[in-house]
Ligand binder design. Structure first.
Ligand SMILES: [Zn+2]
Ligand SMILES: [Zn+2]
Length: 149
């Protein structure tokens, strides 16, 4: 599976990575464990897997922080959540419902699909739970449309 497809991480790992990005800097294992009400030993195992994937670095006795590729990926995960929750909100769900619903399936949606949805939604700047950023991936859709017309 190519790393940029956006499907490399399970739903749980996606939530951890977004949490680490939101918290910023070095995040203690216990902090993640209590935020998600998970046993610290389970967290340690999951974090080791995310470390092996190259998204975070483990600093003994301090916690974990994002690597460059982890930060890049986490930003995509946040965008994916915001595009999908905004799409649901535009279809009549409340903001809260939209966020909760998106979290259930967002880890199964590829970057390619998100880039296309972003394009067809007109690159919205404001999601239901924060700002949405755009990059070459989604903006390339504009050029494709121009080429076709
Ligand atoms: Zn949300
Ligand atoms: Zn966009």
């Amino acid at each position: 599976m190519e790393p940029e497809c956006g499907l490399a991480l399970s739903a749980r790992k996606v939530e951890y990575l977004k949490f680490i990005l939101k918290t910023g800097g070095t995040v203690r294992t216990n902090e993640i464990a209590s935020a998600f009400s998970v046993d610290p030993s389970t967290i340690t195992k999951t974090l080791a897997e995310i470390t092996a994937a190259g998204y975070i670095t483990h600093i003994p006795y301090h916690g974990v922080c994002l690597t460059d590729s982890g930060k890049h990926h986490a930003e995509f995960l946040v965008k994916r959540h915001r595009i999908l929750s905004l799409m649901l909100a535009r279809n009549g769900l409340s903001s809260q419902e939209a966020c909760r619903e998106a979290e259930r399936f967002e880890s199964h949606v590829s970057k390619k699909a998100i880039d296309r949805i972003c394009h067809f939604m007109g690159h919205p700047r404001q999601g239901v739970c924060g700002e949405i950023t755009h990059d070459d991936g989604c903006l390339v859709g504009n050029q494709m449309d121009r080429a076709l017309s």
